[in-house]
Design a protein. Structure first.
Lengths: 359, 359
DNA sequence: CTGAAAGCGCTTACAG
DNA sequence: CTGAAAGCGCTTACAG
């Protein structure tokens, strides 16, 4: 006694074939290439499938077609931490535009059991956009083993891997020059967090930005080792900024300017400063990095280094989709950064315009 | 002549078996259950696999284990639009917490070829968190066919489907009562966009909030059909807010208060008002919905209805993971909302405290 | 401790 | 226009 209602058991192509008195081939064709079948057979099969409540198994389909229709984004941190930073929604927005156009889904792949390395073999995706990876421990090798295309964003990519970066060095240097040009001496640099202990060991984006700050300092005859310059790290979140501010402000001689590697951290610093009634920019100048939408709406509006976040995501996804469709040349793109001067920076109090150079 | 380097061809379990002189079973065990093998065999196999650059095929694995280790989030709109609204990163944050704990990846599943219905059968996930779906056209049926568990958030869910909602009615009514209590008469309600044309046809979250506004109005002897009350729709983005403001403000008699269904829309309205030098709250009161982190940092700080966005995501993911592990009861949760009064609302100009009731 | 074999649910030449 | 069969790359009873 067969039920006419949607069965409780998952129905497969074989059951439909049996029920319809045709082969599995015919059933498959009815859905994927009806032109191979007589209209009558096709509609008969579809009717049976409908009655049985058939839903094709996407895994089995992937198994034979050898593709999943999903793009992966390999994240350096867990999803919750990642989403704390508005950088990512923007970045995913860019990727999402391409997913929409190409009919792909998007898989967020965080480290598995604390390890990016372990996550790589497990994700059922056709390729990866790898973002912010501090390459070192064989992630690239692991990705190669997977034999799926990948595009690296904000990382030091090997020449044979497509890559998107922004001109971090230039942007960071501009930020530092801006601050120095205003006469600041006691300067704190707030880096993004890294698993590396010492900033001298940073690689990738972090290293490039740090080198930019250094270059700016050197133009003024200063250096990172300068007693008046300090480098700390904070997580890319408002909370990280609050914490960084607190640490810096409790110092015996707090900085008059803080340069951060992330707007969201800078916004947290703004929050914390306001809570302690520290006036920005008069008592404390603050510079961000990213130019998130909220940067312009902050109080005061945030001086920051703009980078084209959404464009990075879009371009990365485009390269990936392209690599999926055909063997393509591994190009390296470097997108521009730009210093946006707003209200969160000015000359330090009682500095009396310390510099006489006009440049 | 076998290469000692990572082969260019994808290597499979069979090749390793042949190379190591063992069965495929043994190779599988070497990775998944080494205790079944003598230590020597196991390490021999692993060495060969390492040399060949083996990476297990996740699809094939999924095919036999019947699971993908991925949770899906079924989105009502494309990824780019979705990411415009900071609601989603927050929501995904909640889901992400659970993914991290359970070792799952997270798949964003937007409509495919413009259709949620078509996306459902295609996603290789173990289950779905369905969010903001205006159920009508068989999505639930389609989900059932898939024979995977799903949890519905912000939707009218059938009794036998686990669901998370917030008390939209109560929150919306509180917002309206607040505005009416301040003496506003000309009020605009800015709804979230829907594919439905007329607000009378709204379902789910939209309908619940609208009913809340209506209840608030009725407490003051007013109604939605009131000539001084207008209802429009706008997309959940800053741009949507800007557009809504423009439309409303160009009216012959613009509202003195705007109540929105989304903070990000309200923030866009704040932007647009500032750009037109319209003073908030004196000339225009604005109320949001969500209480995003940026609401408190806006200028002026936004009066809004707080809902526990991250908790919704977390709870939904927890229910889903639970359903994945065992048959479980389909519970319906309703989380609390709360009116947060900040600086974006006050009595209208020249209103002279129009009401004499004290309640 | 190890292997031969079946099976997961599809797709796709190939033959008729 | 239709069907029998092989195959995608694994896992897992089952037997030895």
């Amino acid at each position: 006694m067969r039920s006419r209602r949607v069965s409780h058991q998952k129905v497969t192509i074989s059951q439909i074939a049996k029920e319809a008195g045709v082969s599995k081939t015919a059933v498959s064709f009815a859905f994927n290439d009806p032109s191979q079948l007589s209209p009558a057979t096709a509609s008969h099969i579809r009717a049976i499938a409908e009655r049985l409540g058939y839903s094709p198994d996407p895994i089995a389909r992937s198994m034979t077609t050898r593709q999943t229709n999903a793009l992966g984004v390999l994240l350096p941190q867990d999803i919750a931490t990642t989403m704390d930073n508005p950088f990512f929604p923007q970045f995913l927005r860019g990727i999402g535009v391409v997913c929409g156009a190409a009919g792909k889904t998007l898989m967020l792949v965080p480290p598995l059991w604390g390890s990016v390395l372990k996550a790589i073999p497990h994700a059922t995706v056709d390729g990866f956009v790898v973002v912010g990876l501090e390459v070192d421990r064989g992630e690239v090798q692991q990705l190669r083993r997977r034999h799926v295309p990948f595009v690296m964003v904000d990382s030091d990519a090997p020449d044979d891997v497509p890559a998107i970066n922004v001109d971090d060095h230039c942007g960071a240097r501009a930020a530092m020059l801006h601050i120095l040009g205003q006469g600041h001496r006691r300067i704190a640099i707030v880096c993004l967090e890294s698993w590396r202990q010492r900033y001298e060991e940073y690689t990738g984006t972090l290293a490039a930005r740090l080198a930019g700050y250094r270059a700016g300092l050197e133009a003024y005859g200063r250096s990172l080792d300068d007693g008046d310059v300090q480098v700390i790290a904070a997580s890319a979140s408002r909370a990280g900024g609050v914490e960084a501010f607190t640490r810096l402000w409790n110092d015996q001689s707090p900085p008059t300017a803080i340069i951060t590697m992330s707007d969201i951290t800078a916004l947290g610093i703004l929050d914390a400063a306001a809570a302690r009634s520290v006036r920005v920019p008069e008592q404390l100048a603050v510079v961000g990095f990213d130019d998130l939408p909220e940067a312009a709406h902050a109080t005061p509006p945030l001086t920051t280094v703009r980078q084209p976040i959404e464009a990075k995501g879009k371009l990365a996804a485009e390269l990936l989709v392209q690599a999926l469709e055909q063997e393509s040349e591994p190009v390296h793109h470097v997108l521009r950064t730009e210093l946006i001067i707003r209200g969160s920076t000015c000359a330090p109090l009682r500095s009396g315009r310390a510099n006489n150079e006009s440049a």
